[in-house]
Design a protein around this ligand. Structure first.
Ligand code: TXA
Ligand code: MG
Length: 334
C-alpha cells in the first residue's frame, strides 16, 4: 500500500532520482507521458515486469509496450524493421506513436504476451525520457486496473493503484497529460502499415509518412483495421451514453440533473444540468475525456452524456474510446 504521505513525488531532480532508484531496485513507477500515465518497470527485469501484470490484474497474454529513449534502441528489441517503420520513427518520435515490429529472438516473451512481435514507443514527455535514459528501456502499460480508464494525472494513478503499490514504488507527478488518450499503434510487421489503435497521429499522417519510404498511400488505407484491445476497454463504472447536440434542448430535467455532460463550447446545455464539461476543440476534448469519466465515477452521477466530435484527425480516436466506454459501461451496469 502506498502511504498517502508518500503518494506522489514532484517531477524535479530528486523526484526523478527516486523514480530511477525504485526502477533499478525492481520497483514500479507511475510514469508521466504526453498521452497517459504508464505503470513502468525495468523491461529487462522479469520479476518487475510480472508485478506490472499482477498490479493491473492484466492477463499474461496481453502484451506490453516497451518505452525507449533513443531511436537506435529499436534494434535492441526488434528485427527485420521495414524502411517505412524507420521513416515513422524518424519523423514522429519522440511522440504519441507505438510501432509493433517483429521481436528479436532474445526479446522476453513475457513482454510480448507470448507473441513474436514487440511494441515500442519513444515518449515525448521530458521526465519520461530522463528516467528511461537513466534506467534503460521500461515496460509500461497505462497505469490503470485492467479494462479501466487510463489515468491522465498523478492523482488518478494514486487513486487507481495506491492499494497495489508499496512504499518502494513511486508515482512521479509530471502534471496533466497534454494529449490525454493513448498512442496511435501501428503494426509494422507487413509490407504496409496498419493502424491497430487510433490516436493523436491520424491515419492520413501515418500513411503519408510511411509513403515517404515507398508505400503506396492508397493501398495502405485499404488494409482492414485490427483492434489492439477489447471492445469494452477504457470504461468508467458510470454508464456512458452518446447523444446529439440537439438532444439536450428536449431532455428530461431530472436526467440532466443526475448526469455529467461532456460536449463542446458551441453546444447549449440547459440549466438543470449540474455537471457540465466543455471542450474548446477536438484536442481539448481528448485531453479532458478520461478526466470527465473519472469525475463522473467520483460524483456517482447516473450517466455521462457525451457528444462526439467529427470523425477527422484525433476525432477518430476520441470516437473509438467513447465507443469502447459505451460498451464497457453497459457491460458493468446492465
Ligand atoms: O500511450 C500509450 O501507448 C500508453 C503510454 C503509457 O505509453 N501506453 C498504453 O499501454 O496505452 P497499454 O498496455 O495500456 O496498451 C497497449 C496496447 C494494448 O492494447 C496491447 O494489446 C497493444 O498495445 N500491444 C502491445 N504489444 C502488442 C503487440 N506485440 N502486438 C499488437 N498489439 C500490441
Ligand atoms: Mg491500457
Amino acid at each position: 500500500m502506498l502511504r498517502p504521505s508518500n503518494a506522489s513525488v514532484p517531477c524535479d531532480q530528486s523526484g526523478v532520482a527516486r523514480a530511477v532508484a525504485a526502477l533499478r531496485a525492481g520497483g514500479l513507477v507511475g510514469l508521466p507521458t504526453e498521452t497517459v500515465y504508464g505503470l513502468a518497470a525495468d523491461a529487462r527485469n522479469n520479476a518487475a515486469v510480472k508485478r506490472v501484470f499482477t498490479a493491473k490484474g492484466r492477463p499474461a497474454d496481453h502484451p506490453l509496450i516497451v518505452h525507449i529513449a533513443d531511436i537506435s534502441d529499436l534494434h535492441e528489441w526488434a528485427k527485420d524493421i521495414p524502411a517505412y517503420a524507420h521513416a515513422l520513427a524518424e519523423r514522429l518520435w519522440p511522440g504519441p506513436l507505438t510501432l509493433v515490429l517483429p521481436a528479436r529472438d532474445d526479446t522476453s516473451r513475457l513482454l510480448t504476451g507470448g507473441q513474436d512481435t514487440i511494441a515500442l514507443r519513444l515518449p515525448a514527455h521530458p521526465a519520461a525520457q530522463e528516467v528511461i535514459r537513466q534506467t534503460g528501456a521500461l515496460a509500461a502499460p497505462s497505469a490503470n486496473r485492467f479494462g479501466r480508464v487510463s489515468p491522465t494525472s498523478a492523482q488518478a494513478v494514486v487513486a487507481e493503484l495506491a492499494e497495489v503499490l508499496d512504499d518502494a514504488d513511486v508515482v512521479l507527478d509530471g502534471g496533466d497529460c497534454s494529449i490525454g488518450i493513448e498512442s496511435t499503434i501501428v503494426d509494422c510487421t507487413s509490407a504496409r502499415p496498419r493502424i491497430l489503435r487510433p490516436g493523436f497521429y491520424a491515419e492520413e499522417l501515418i500513411n503519408d509518412v510511411a509513403g515517404i519510404a515507398g508505400v503506396p498511400v492508397s493501398e495502405a488505407s485499404d488494409v482492414p483495421r485490427v483492434s489492439g484491445s477489447l471492445p469494452g476497454h477504457y470504461a468508467p463504472s458510470t454508464q456512458v451514453t452518446v447523444v446529439q447536440p440537439d438532444d439536450f434542448a428536449g431532455m428530461d430535467g431530472a436526467r440532466l440533473e443526475h448526469a455529467l455532460v461532456l460536449t463542446t463550447e458551441d453546444v447549449a446545455v440547459p440549466s438543470p444540468a449540474a455537471h457540465v464539461m466543455k471542450a474548446r476543440d477536438a484536442l481539448d476534448f481528448a485531453r479532458i475525456l478520461y478526466a470527465a469519466f473519472r469525475r463522473a465515477d467520483e460524483l456517482e452521477v447516473q450517466e455521462v452524456l457525451v457528444t462526439t466530435p467529427p470523425a477527422v484527425g484525433i476525432g477518430v480516436a476520441i470516437i473509438d474510446r467513447i465507443t469502447r466506454a459505451v460498451h464497457g459501461s453497459a457491460h458493468m451496469n446492465p
